[in-house]
Design a protein around this ligand. Structure first.
Ligand SMILES: Nc1ncnc2c1ncn2[C@@H]1O[C@H](COP(=O)(O)OP(=O)(O)OP(=O)(O)O)[C@@H](O)[C@H]1O
Ligand SMILES: [Mg+2]
Length: 251
């Protein structure tokens, strides 16, 4: 694999919280046009891993390179949709304003240009939320709000997209459209998506990693039952709501 084409590189990364290891010796390489899915149990360290890539959590040991530089310095080039995007629902700001904040790292002197507005409108159209652009953010349903946060990340024209359970709470029709959108977007960037939806992950992503403090990753979509059992520490049949893991191989 070409190291020069590497978008995210983690080498032997350790993160401890209160003396307890959350990530143990994690190494991972994400390349341009990769669409990587990360699955794993609650508390397995998935969100922490994304925060390491964003430079929000500093590893105790190991090396992290993002787009050839330090994570903190590259943060503006990364689109991030956090898990359960926290937002005061009463905050008086419109959908369009929320999406425009995605441009704030790129705008000149903190003012939005017509180009920023065009990109924000385009991103809202991609998630089918353009008709809601003047609505106050708090007056949306949970799934609609999640789509707005996805648009916010896309408006930044990211070179890497980090998605922490982006489809949670989004209905099936929009989920399918959204995954198809990601398939198109990966032609221009690298995408890392955390999901508990193993079926969706198995259909849409190109590579899967399992994370439970340690990362189990083979640079492909093929998972062995050993990987899954080691990750979840329970029999394979239990983890996918009855969907046997061979589903992962058939797609
Ligand atoms: N700021 C923090 N201080 C202390 N412990 C933390 C902190 N953030 C996370 N942890 C712990 O680190 C572990 C990994 O958390 P993380 O949020 O990365 O898990 P996750 O895989 O994203 O889980 P989930 O599927 O529930 O979102 C958990 O045990 C959590 O309690
Ligand atoms: Mg999480």
């Amino acid at each position: 694999m070409d190291i020069n084409n590497e978008i995210i590189g983690l080498r032997n990364v350790w993160v401890c919280c209160g003396g307890v290891p959350v990530l143990e010796d994690v190494s991972l390489s994400v390349h341009q046009h990769d669409f990587l899915g990360i699955i794993g149990p609650n508390g397995g360290g998935k969100t922490t891993l994304l925060k390491v890539v964003l430079g929000l959590v500093k590893p105790d040991r190991g090396e992290v390179v993002v787009l050839g530089g330090e994570p903190v310095e590259q943060r503006k080039r990364i689109g991030y949709v956090p898990q359960h995007s926290l937002f005061d629902p009463d905050f008086p700001i419109s959908v369009m304003d929320v999406v425009l904040t995605g441009r704030s790292g790129k705008s000149v002197f903190g003012r939005y240009t017509s180009h920023d507005r065009e990109l924000a409108q385009g991103a809202l159209a991609m998630v089918e939320m353009l008709p809601f652009k003047d609505r106050q953010i708090g007056r949306l349903s949970g799934g609609e709000r999640q789509r707005v946060f996805i648009a916010r990340a896309l408006a930044a024209e990211p070179e890497v997209l980090l998605l922490d359970e982006p489809a949670a709470g989004v209905d099936m029709h929009i989920q399918t459209e959204f995954y198809e959108l990601l398939e198109r977007l990966k032609k221009e960037m690298a995408i890392v998506m955390i999901s508990h939806d193993i079926t969706a992950v198995s259909i849409y992503v190109d590579k899967i990693a399992c994370l439970n403090r340690r990362l189990f990753y083979h640079n492909s979509k093929e998972l062995t039952s050993w990987d899954i059992e080691a990750t979840y520490q329970c029999p394979v049949e239990l983890i996918a709501h009855g969907i046997p893991h061979r589903v992962l191989r058939e797609h």
